[in-house]
Design a protein around this ligand. Structure first.
Ligand SMILES: Nc1ncnc2c1ncn2[C@@H]1O[C@H](COP(=O)(O)OP(=O)(O)OP(=O)(O)O)[C@@H](O)[C@H]1O
Ligand SMILES: Cc1ncsc1CCO
Ligand SMILES: [Mg+2]
Length: 288
């Protein structure tokens, strides 16, 4: 991708058309807490969700899928096996794999599963909160020490701010190069990088972390967008679509004096209403 902001924004319209035309079959192995929100988010952006995880059918599912999303939020023995079978098949069929390493750093099991997936398969993109991304940096030998996430939530000491943006950008870019993958680290400001181009995205709303699964939904939407375009540009559309939908959903709940339950519904509504004009005009991105 170019490092020119105008050229990056110029590609949004054609990529969003491609994503909608492709209607990428998005195979998700994900946690049961937010699985329904993920399926609805995929439909809203223009993908086609397929949540399958029984070993018996997985090779057939991956063979027809455009993209595979792996979310380790609520692991079970069956799911771990499903992830291994699906990723092995996805490597054979060159199907992009998106990894959401929920809670990596918090338990040994999550560390083991995450690093097994990263070390043994072609991961196209990793989407996690900044604590999760830093934990992977530590496990990969790119960072000496890291805080741990608070369960599935970011550690407050890690939150991306204007002050630590450059340092975080450099760290995540180094990690992306080392792992040969795109990384999208989320928070109040998000950082997206493939190791060559690094973009900060300052959109979204502080109500987003107050509903469960805004990150899981984002990872699934990243999957559909990558399946319909390409890793870096697809991830950029996904994060802009989610965060601008978040901003509009917040304005709507404030206007109607509502709360987080309604916010969750409006988030899907505005994801569905995503259009390139608003992604371009309302985006607040900076090339690092
Ligand atoms: N304080 C904030 N202000 C604006 N946007 C935010 C804020 N916190 C998170 N977001 C947005 O919310 C979405 C999810 O990011 P977050 O870092 O909370 O993911 P997560 O911790 O993996 O979530 P979960 O595991 O609950 O699904 C991203 O689109 C991110 O940009
Ligand atoms: C709350 C929760 N617990 C395991 S997965 C999940 C969804 C948000 O990541
Ligand atoms: Mg998460």
């Amino acid at each position: 991708m170019t490092n020119n902001k105008i050229e990056i924004l110029d590609k949004i319209e054609e990529n969003l058309i491609k994503i909608r035309e492709k209607n990428a079959l998005t195979h998700c192995i994900t946690n049961s807490v937010t699985i329904n929100d993920c399926a609805n988010a995929v439909l809203a952006i223009g993908g086609s969700p397929f949540m399958a995880e029984d070993a018996e059918e997985l090779e057939e599912v991956v063979a027809i899928a455009d993209v595979l999303v792996i979310n380790i939020g609520k692991l079970s023995k069956n799911q771990i096996k499903a992830m291994e079978i699906s990723c092995k098949k996805a490597d054979e069929t060159n199907t992009p794999i998106i990894l959401d390493p929920v809670g990596v750093g918090v338990t040994e099991l999550r560390n083991k599963i995450t690093m097994n997936l990263i070390d043994n398969h072609n991961i196209t993109a990793i989407r996690g909160n900044i604590s999760e991304v830093k934990s992977i940096a530590k496990l990969s030998g790119v960072l000496d020490e890291s805080n741990t996430a608070k369960g599935v939530d970011v550690n407050v000491d890690d939150i991306i701010t204007k002050q630590n943006l450059k340092t975080n950008g450099e760290l995540i870019s180094t990690l992306a190069s080392k792992l040969n993958t795109v990384i999208l680290a989320s928070g109040p400001i998000d950082i997206l990088t493939d190791g060559k181009t690094t973009i900060a995205i300052d959109n979204g709303d502080d109500m987003m972390p107050l509903i469960t699964g805004s990150g899981c939904m984002l990872s699934s939407v990243v999957g559909s967008c990558i399946g319909g375009s390409n890793p870096l540009e697809g991830s950029l559309i996904a994060i802009l679509a989610m965060n601008i939908a978040g901003e509009k959903a917040r304005a709507k709940v404030d206007e109607k004096d509502e709360g987080t339950g309604s916010f969750r519904t409006y988030l899907i509504d505005y994801l569905y209403k995503t259009n390139s004009e608003s992604l371009i005009n309302e985006s607040n991105i900076m090339i690092l």
